[in-house]
Design a protein around this ligand. Structure first.
Ligand SMILES: *[C@@H]1O[C@H](CO)[C@@H](O)[C@H](O)[C@H]1NC(C)=O
Ligand SMILES: *[C@@H]1O[C@H](CO)[C@@H](O)[C@H](O)[C@H]1NC(C)=O
Ligand SMILES: *[C@@H]1O[C@H](CO)[C@@H](O)[C@H](O)[C@H]1NC(C)=O
Ligand SMILES: *[C@@H]1O[C@H](CO)[C@@H](O)[C@H](O)[C@H]1NC(C)=O
Ligand SMILES: *[C@@H]1O[C@H](CO)[C@@H](O)[C@H](O)[C@H]1NC(C)=O
Ligand SMILES: *[C@@H]1O[C@H](CO)[C@@H](O)[C@H](O)[C@H]1NC(C)=O
Ligand SMILES: *[C@@H]1O[C@H](CO)[C@@H](O)[C@H](O)[C@H]1NC(C)=O
Ligand SMILES: *[C@@H]1O[C@H](CO)[C@@H](O)[C@H](O)[C@H]1NC(C)=O
Ligand SMILES: *[C@@H]1O[C@H](CO)[C@@H](O)[C@H](O)[C@H]1NC(C)=O
Length: 478
């Protein structure tokens, strides 16, 4: 279970005074689901509790006192009522409590009076145990989520104790004495155990990476941008959500804008992502010099009416075949500005402003520059979730070519623009849409998967609302 609690916390944490570009909101529904899985964990922990030896002396009148040791006291059975867990705004944390817990324990007793040794077994039952724990969630200097115990209280209603074997009757008069002693001992040991578990959780959070390499080019920074925000019905974590180039690590010249994820209490959690995350990725690729490509005739479909050679291009640039007869051409295409995404209700828009430099390939393989065009285009995409996959489709909204320089004299770009536009629409976009249509799997962790997910694109951000299903076998609780 520990791994899954950490997985959930990791899912949540993925001061800068900066706006978070990713917000993760856990609703009460999600908290209650988490609690349900957590209950098994508590049971598991409790079943494994072995109390340290309890020893002392009890007086036997004028004869002095008997030394006793109760050892190997371990829990044999726990009857765990459903705990309650709630968001606790007072400490920016969580409050969990459990009452009416009963526990059966067994162990051994030994007495020691002068040279007389005796021993046997004992059964112990604790009734009406209540445990209440309040934790505070915070953020450490490295942007990790942190958790610490604020309060823990434990009360034990009643204790029953039974001794067997040896001269166990000698204990009988002292049962009330033991009851009080054992009650106090156990009562004082439960909260430290709870606090120990919180420290283990905290240790796991501290070593968690808040920065992940997404691929060989980009790394994602998911450090917290501020303290967790907790109200009575949800927990909101703001994460930096910036993708940057691993090589250049340059900060983009734009900032994340604040946004508010609409409350969706019917889902366990929501993840909102600002267009900043997409644009930081775009900037990362741009600053790394990745947004450029060379196009040559072998990439043009054989059936295309236009080919990348000076003869074929003569249709649009009449002087070209006269100046450079019968030569193949190549194009260098690059983004002249960072391609920017903008998120609009139900659409993902992309503005691409590029430049194309055209060359003729001379017989000695030298490239002779011919002309330079600016390409401005807008794409609009839709994204949705289907069958657990993120899918999409895209179309081109606007495409313009502008001649900005020429070694072969000026020419009209209208006809060329129409042909290239048609080429993109008929040859390029259908292939892109096949890929988008196949989609990508939603993130899936080893121990949890997303179910009932819906995606909505809003002004400036995109929101995924989802339920999760923890896939745990009994072995995962270890
Ligand atoms: C939270 O704090 C407020 C004031 O600080 C107090 O009135 C309220 O009772 C507290 N709530 C709980 C559940 O302790
Ligand atoms: C954390 O990141 C480092 C370096 O990127 C990596 O070596 C390590 O395996 C990561 N740890 C975890 C728990 O993912
Ligand atoms: C992630 O962002 C935080 C806050 O801006 C910054 O302090 C931290 O150094 C960044 N981590 C990496 C690996 O860039
Ligand atoms: C076109 O480019 C590809 C990949 O860059 C290259 O393998 C191929 O040889 C080039 N073809 C011509 C005709 O230059
Ligand atoms: C140029 O392209 C045309 C088709 O548009 C083709 O018929 C011709 O063979 C090509 N010329 C060269 C030199 O590749
Ligand atoms: C197209 O993109 C340009 C920038 O390249 C932008 O100024 C323009 O508003 C966009 N037009 C549409 C219709 O989205
Ligand atoms: C290639 O040929 C062109 C024209 O024939 C000439 O100007 C240029 O210097 C040549 N380049 C090389 C590297 O030989
Ligand atoms: C395409 O872009 C040009 C220049 O950016 C603009 O004048 C034109 O109105 C746009 N067309 C459409 C259909 O958006
Ligand atoms: C039970 O306790 C033992 C000894 O402290 C430990 O090695 C083991 O991992 C624990 N098992 C569970 C399920 O916590």
């Amino acid at each position: 279970m520990l791994p899954s609690v950490i997985a959930v916390l990791m899912l949540l944490s993925y001061t800068c005074g900066e706006n978070p570009a990713i917000q993760v909101i856990l609703t009460n529904k999600g908290l209650q689901y988490g609690k349900h899985t957590g209950t098994d964990w508590i049971q598991e922990i409790l079943e494994n509790v072995t109390l340290p030896d309890i020893s002392g002396k009890f007086p036997i009148g004028r004869l002095g006192s008997v030394d006793y040791t109760l050892s190997g006291i371990s829990i044999t059975k726990v009857d765990l009522p459903e705990p309650s867990v709630e968001f606790y705004p007072n400490t920016t944390g969580l409050k969990s409590s459990m009452s009416g817990l009963s526990v059966a324990l067994s162990g051994e007793w030994r007495t020691h009076y002068g040279i007389i040794h005796d021993g046997g077994t004992l059964d112990l039952a604790l009734f009406s145990v209540s445990v209440m724990s309040i934790v505070e969630l915070g953020k450490d200097a490295n942007g990790h989520l942190s958790i610490s115990s604020v309060t823990c209280t434990c009360t034990i209603g009643d204790v029953a104790i039974q001794f067997y074997g040896g001269a166990s009757w000698i204990f009988r008069p002292f049962v009330p004495f033991f009851k009080g002693h054992i009650k106090g001992e156990i009562q004082s040991r439960i909260c430290p155990k709870v606090e120990e578990v919180i420290v283990i959780l905290e240790d796991h959070l501290q070593v968690m990476n808040v920065s992940f390499d997404v691929d060989q080019v980009l790394s994602l920074n998911l450090s917290l941008t501020g303290l967790p925000v907790i109200d009575a019905s949800s927990l909101n974590l703001g994460l930096k959500g910036e993708l940057y180039s691993i090589r250049t690590h340059k900060e983009p010249p734009f900032e994340a804008q604040s946004f508010t994820v609409p409350q969706q209490h019917s889902y366990m959690f929501s993840v909102g992502m600002s267009e900043f995350t997409l644009n930081s990725a775009s900037y990362g690729c741009y600053s790394d010099g990745l947004l450029q490509a060379t196009v040559n005739d072998s990439m043009i479909p054989p059936l295309s009416p236009v080919h990348l050679n000076t003869t074929s291009m003569g249709q649009f640039i009449p002087q070209l075949p006269k100046l450079f007869p019968g030569l193949l051409m190549s194009l260098t295409v690059y983004a002249r500005e960072v391609p920017m995404f903008s998120l609009k209700p139900d659409a993902v828009k992309l503005d691409f402003q590029g430049t194309v430099k055209a060359f003729a390939i001379l017989p000695n393989d030298t490239q002779a520059p011919l002309f330079t065009l600016n390409v401005d285009s807008n794409f609009s995409s839709k994204v949705w979730i289907s069958g657990g996959r993120l899918e999409g489709s895209t179309e081109m909204e606007n495409f313009t070519l502008t001649l900005i320089g020429s070694e072969v004299g000026t020419f009209q770009t209208d006809a060329l623009e129409n042909v290239v536009k048609m080429g993109i629409e008929m040859a390029v976009l259908p292939k892109v849409n096949v890929i988008l249509g196949k989609g990508v799997d939603l993130p899936r962790m080893k121990s949890a998967q997303l179910v009932n997910s819906v995606l909505k694109v809003d002004e400036g951000f995109i929101v995924l609302c989802s339920d999760a299903e923890v896939l745990l076998t009994r072995n995962d609780f270890k």
